[in-house]
Design a protein. Sequence first.
Length: 368
Amino acid sequence: MKNDYVLIIGQIPYKTNEKDGMVQRELAIDNLICDYKRIYIENIVPDFYFLKFPKKYFKNKVYNYKNKLKQLKTNKVKLLPYINKKRLFELCKNAKMIYIHSIYSINKLNQDNILTKFKDKIIIDIHGCAVEELGLYNIDQSMINKFQQIEAEYFNSVNTLIAVTQNMIDFYKRKYPDIKTNFILLPIFNKNNYRKESSNKKLNIIYSGGTQKWQNIDLMIQAIKSLHSSYEITICTPDVEIFKQELREHIETITIKNVPSNELYKEYQRADLGFVLRDNIDVNRVACPTKLIDYIQFGIIPIIKHPEIGDFEDLGYKYISLDDILHKKLPDKEQLKYMRENNYKVIEKLNNQHYYGIESLKNLLKRS
């Protein structure tokens, strides 16, 4: 099996993590390269680790999930959740290309000779600004410094870096002015042809997501308390109890529920406006939130705190500011229709970026 497979280092997709943003992108990339054999690895562990668990444990843990997760193209896939350093080196040596999902996965390698020996066939899917993201949390500075060192060493050495936005590419070119690494711009999203029709019903505001720090949940909760009497409010979240507790005084007028990923489109079809309250920081300026793409595709006008989210402002998306909606400065029916139509054109531009990114990635694999 020498040089006929792509070695993928990241999180192995399971039913239990399929909603995770990183895993969703892994599945999307997997779909693009499914013509190749793929080997997924997740954890590199010492040899003695294998003495703790019999082979039956690994077989049950992985291959049962492999059969259940229909999104993963399993016809040419091998899943290895735990391998030792020697096996990792062999897999890297014989791989056609090595595709690493984010520097969080690089940190797991803990093996310097991977970079020195195989840098010419390493592709890193950046996903997001991991170093800057760590700085948002109460994390020891030594850990942040470690990730900064990993990022600098790998980003300046590998074959290709894959970015979700042009702003992400520009960010890293400013951060590393002498960088010579090849970049590929590849936004990932699920396409649909839905077109929302205007109606005279009470406007529905949706929030779809969790309670992560960058979602500005406290700010959104306060906004919902001010808006719930004038709008229908729907919250689709895995953190149902947290929202119910925070909005307990208004629970009769707000819908809060956990919706499976494959059912979210029904909620999006009913919604008119959607919360995407991101701060104006590097992590958000380089991002390409799947939620924002989904909103726009379904004709949902984003309610934003700051417009600088990924490439969307450069692409010309239309939005409603949180301040405007709180002060009842809402576009009329015709203006909302214009905003939706404009945002559909933004999706077309993203689709073009997506197409060219796919072609670039496939050409890279063909040449390897």
